[in-house]
Design a protein around this ligand. Sequence first.
Ligand code: APR
Length: 170
Amino acid sequence: MDKRIEIISGDITRSDADAIANAANTSLLGGGGVDGAIHRAAGPELLAECRTLGGCETGRAKITKGYRLRAKYVLHTPGPVWSGGGHGEAEKLAGCYTSCLELASRYGCKTVDFPSISTGVYGYPVDKAARVALGAISAYLAGHPEIERVRMVCFDERTKRAYDEALAGL
Ligand code: APR
């Protein structure tokens, strides 16, 4: 099990990681949930920069500055909406984590924090999502020593338990 992966409870808008991921939608123009929280904490310049990006497809990621956040960068990634599991949801979700980490490496980020992508409004079952997320993160880290720490920042106890169990099963 890769010691660089940590599961913590907390509010990702308070993170001091080099980059935090945002569970966005394909417009990249903000929303509710963690997307709304990150935009509120980063301030209006974040939306202004997002407007220049022309959206992002599900399972990919785009990077912006962090503005008023402690994190230097925000990695915006639209996760898949859960529709039963037979529509490539797992591959798209894995792509969110891999795409964010690829951008983090490219921009010299050594620490990256993630919220639990797609397990809120998008309805992805958190136990399944946790296994996909940690599988993708550990696979990426195996070939990328430049990333020193990746944390899952869990906003509630149920999510924390799901990621703790998934990490133990890696
Ligand atoms: N810090 C960390 N995690 C948070 C925070 C926070 N401040 N706020 C919410 N979360 C958690 C939720 O509890 C959930 O576990 O983020 C996870 C993802 O939930 P959502 O924010 O609903 O994201 P998602 O399910 O990917 O749906 C994305 O919701 O907000 C809109 O614009 C967004 O359309 C997009 C959709």
